[in-house]
Design a protein around this ligand. Structure first.
Ligand code: MG
Length: 161
């Protein structure tokens, strides 16, 4: 078994949809980035790549590559699951925390878990998503952006997968 850690941060700006954990969240701002800027999916993807020592999402999905312009976090995470599999590993469990001042994410957490579990071909019971605010402190706390932290374990696949 191997452990991985991932972190990501994106700015909140007007004129962008807010997509976190593969879920569209109604809000007046969205996360800015080359892809859909799904901060949670990016943190989880980096945790998985890190666990397998496969580098980071910046290396696998460079923002200079037009193929990934507007890419959905769910597609990116699915692609990472494929890279893990090629390296002989599969995801075992994920635990993640999203830090965002507004809006409240709690109502969307069950759907995020479903989407992430589906991307990784694991049970929803193997995927934990938590949400917190930054208590109005610093840039995240003043609503300038969102961050996400993720940890995961991966295990070597047996021969029949
Ligand atoms: Mg990112």
């Amino acid at each position: 078994m191997r452990i991985g850690f991932g972190y990501d941060v994106h700015r909140l700006v007007e004129g962008r949809p807010l997509v976190i954990g593969g879920v569209d969240i109604p809000f007046e701002k969205g996360l800015d980035g080359h892809s859909d800027a799904d901060v949670l999916m990016h943190a989880v993807a980096d945790a998985l790549l890190g666990a397998a020592a496969l580098g980071d999402i910046g290396a696998h999905f460079p923002d200079t590559d037009e193929r990934w312009a507007g890419a959905e976090g769910a597609d990116l995470l699915g692609s990472v699951a494929g890279k893990l599999s090629e390296a002989g590993y599969r995801a075992h469990n994920v635990d993640a925390t999203v830090v965002l001042e507004r809006p409240r994410l709690q109502p969307y957490v069950p759907r995020m878990r479903t989407v992430i579990a589906r991307c990784l071909s694991v049970d929803e019971g193997a995927v934990s998503v938590k949400a917190t605010t930054h208590e109005k402190m610093d840039a995240i706390g003043s609503g300038e952006g969102a961050s996400a932290f993720a940890m995961c374990t991966i295990v070597a696949m047996d021969r029949d997968g």
